[in-house]
Design a protein around this ligand. Structure first.
Ligand code: AHR
Length: 499
C-alpha cells in the first residue's frame, strides 16, 4: 500500500479560518430561487413560499454567508423591482440568463430567508447598467436608520430596523464579454472607486469587495486585478476571485489534479494585490473574497429560455466531482491567511449542493458532503503541515500529490481534524504524527467513496453516495494511522480526552 505522512504541531499555524469561508450563493438564475428555495404552493412551502424541505437541508450546512442576487443577473437588475407589495412588482426580461423575472422574491424575502438559516447576506450592486446612485439608494434602503426617502420606504414595507448589511460587492465579473455592460479595467476601476467612496460616506461600517478577474484564463488576467486595485486599493476591503473546475477530457487523474490550478490562481492574485500594496507603500493588506467557486459538469436537463424557474445547469454531480470539490475546499483552507470569504456557487439547482423537483422532493448532491464536513469540523486554525506523499504526473500537471490533506486545530473545542482526498486508484496508508497533541484520542473517521466514480444521487435513490465510517485506524503514543480508500474523501477526527 502507498504511504503518506503528515506531521503537525500546535503552534505552527497558517491562520484562523474565517467563519465566512463557509458561504454559498443564491442568484436569480434558473431554478435557484423560483422552484428552488422559493416555491409557493409546494407541499412543504410556508406562508411566505419558502420550501421547508430545502430549508432543512440548507440549515445542515451551517452557512455563514450567502451572496445575492447575482452573478451576471445583477448587471441588469433593478433592485427596486423586488420590494413592496408583490402585486405591484413588475415582471421583467432578464437578458443575462434569458429568463422571465417575476420579482415575487426580492431583497426583503431574501433577508427573511437568510435569517431563517442563520447566515449573513452579501449584497451585490449593479455596476453594469447602473451605478453610484442606485448603489447608494439600495444601501440607504437597507442600512439607513430613518428619516429619508429610501429608509422610510423600508419602514413602510414593515422593516422598522435597518438591516445593517455589512458586506457589499461592487458589481460582478465586469471583465467578461458575457456580462451586461462589460467594462475595461480602467472604466470599472474608476466606477468602483467612486461608488465605494459614496457608499462608505453613507455607511462607514460596511466593507466592500472589488471585482477581480472572473477567471484565470481571461486574457486580461492578472492585469485587470492590478489596474482595478490601483484605483480602489484604499477604498475596497477585498478583491474577488471566481473559479469553476470542469472535467475537460475523460481523464480522472487530470481532473482530480485541477484544484492545483486554483491554488496557482490564488497565489497570482495575492501577488497582484501585494504588488499594488508596494506601489502605494500601503500598510493595508488586501484580502480575498472567493465569492464563486465550484466544480462544473454538463447539465442533465436542457435549458428552456424565457421561463420562470426553468432548471439551468441542473447537474447531478458524480462521486468523482465530490472529490475535486473536496480538494477545492482544502485549497481554500490552505490560504486562510488571505481568503476571508468563500461562496460555493450555487446552492440549489444550478451546479448545486441541493437538488429539487418542482412540486416534488429535495435531496443532496454528493458535493453536499465535503462542504458539510468542512463546515462542521473545519472551524479553527489551519496548521502548517509537513506532508510527504507519493506524487503522479499527467500531461498537464506534474508532481500531483496522491494524498491531499489539510489539518485544522480548534483550540476552543480541543479538536484536531484531518481532511484528506485520496486521488489514487489504490488505497493509501496515511500516517499522522500528532505527538504535539498529548492526550488527544481518535474520535471518528468519515469516508465518502463509491465503487463507481460516476455514481450519483437521484430523487428515487438520494443516498447512493453518502458518507460512511472509515476503517483501519490505529493510535499509539501520538502516532496514528488511517487507511484512505481508493478515490475517497476522508475526515479523521481527534479530540482531547478529558476523562
Ligand atoms: O454560474 C453562476 C454564474 O457564473 C454567475 O452568474 C457568474 O458570476 C459566473 O460567470
Amino acid at each position: 500500500m502507498k504511504t503518506a505522512t503528515i506531521q503537525v504541531n500546535k503552534s505552527y499555524k497558517i491562520g484562523k479560518i474565517s467563519d465566512r469561508m463557509f458561504g454559498s450563493f443564491v442568484e436569480h438564475m434558473g431554478s435557484v430561487v423560483y422552484n428552488g428555495i422559493y416555491e409557493p404552493g409546494h407541499p412543504t412551502a410556508d406562508g411566505r413560499g419558502f420550501r421547508q424541505d430545502v430549508l432543512e437541508l440548507v440549515k445542515e450546512l451551517q452557512l455563514s454567508v450567502v451572496r445575492y442576487p447575482g452573478g451576471n443577473f445583477t448587471s441588469g437588475y433593478h433592485w427596486e423591482d423586488g420590494i413592496g407589495p408583490k402585486e405591484s412588482r413588475p415582471v421583467r426580461v432578464d437578458p443575462a440568463w434569458r429568463q422571465i423575472e417575476p420579482n415575487t422574491f426580492g431583497l426583503n424575502e431574501f433577508m427573511e430567508w437568510t435569517r431563517e438559516i442563520g447566515a449573513d447576506p452579501i449584497m451585490t450592486v449593479n455596476l453594469g447598467t447602473r451605478g453610484i446612485e442606485e448603489a447608494k439608494d439600495m444601501l440607504e434602503y437597507c442600512n439607513f436608520e430613518g428619516g429619508t426617502t429610501w429608509s422610510e420606504l423600508r419602514k413602510s414595507h414593515g422593516i422598522r430596523q435597518p438591516y445593517g448589511i455589512k458586506t457589499w460587492c461592487l458589481g460582478n465579473e465586469l471583465d467578461g464579454e458575457w456580462q451586461i455592460a462589460r467594462k475595461t479595467a480602467a472604466q470599472y476601476g474608476q466606477l468602483a472607486l467612486e461608488t465605494a467612496k459614496v457608499m462608505k460616506w453613507v455607511d462607514p461600517s460596511i466593507e466592500l469587495v472589488a471585482v477581480g478577474s472572473s477567471a484565470r484564463h481571461m486574457s486580461t488576467f492578472p492585469e485587470w486585478d492590478r489596474i482595478v486595485l490601483e484605483h480602489t486599493y484604499d477604498h475596497a476591503d477585498m478583491l474577488s476571485l471566481h473559479h469553476y473546475i470542469g472535467k475537460r477530457e475523460n481523464d480522472t487523474p487530470t481532473y482530480l489534479a485541477m484544484p492545483m490550478e486554483m491554488e496557482r490562481q490564488i497565489e497570482e492574485v495575492i501577488a497582484a494585490c501585494d504588488y499594488v500594496r508596494g506601489l502605494k507603500r500601503s500598510n493595508k493588506v488586501m484580502y480575498l473574497s472567493f465569492d464563486e467557486w465550484n466544480v462544473w459538469r454538463e447539465p442533465d436537463i436542457e435549458y428552456t429560455p424565457w421561463q420562470i424557474g426553468c432548471p439551468y445547469d441542473w447537474v447531478k454531480f458524480h462521486m468523482e466531482d465530490a472529490l475535486v470539490f473536496g480538494s477545492a475546499m482544502l485549497t481554500l483552507l490552505r490560504r486562510a491567511d488571505r481568503i476571508k470569504i468563500a461562496c460555493q456557487s450555487l446552492l440549489v439547482n444550478t451546479i448545486p449542493m441541493i437538488l429539487t423537483e418542482k412540486g416534488g422532493k429535495a435531496w443532496r448532491n454528493p458535493t453536499f458532503y465535503p462542504f458539510l464536513h468542512v463546515s462542521r469540523y473545519g472551524r479553527g486554525e489551519v496548521l502548517q503541515s509537513l506532508v510527504e506523499t507519493p506524487k503522479y504526473d499527467t500531461a498537464k500537471y506534474t508532481d500531483v500529490p496522491v494524498v491531499d490533506p489539510v489539518a485544522v486545530y480548534n483550540e476552543e473545542t480541543d479538536e484536531l481534524t484531518f481532511f484528506a482526498v485520496n486521488r489514487g486508484a489504490e488505497a493509501a496508508l496515511l500516517k499522522l504524527d500528532i505527538r504535539d497533541f498529548t492526550g488527544y484520542a481518535f474520535r471518528e473517521h468519515i469516508v465518502l467513496k463509491h465503487d463507481r466514480l460516476n455514481a450519483v444521487n437521484t430523487s428515487d435513490n438520494p443516498y447512493e453516495v453518502k458518507p460512511q465510517a472509515g476503517s483501519g485506524e490505529t493510535v499509539d503514543g501520538g502516532r496514528a494511522e488511517a487507511v484512505l480508500d481508493p478515490y475517497s474523501w476522508n475526515v479523521i477526527r481527534f479530540q482531547l480526552n478529558r476523562s
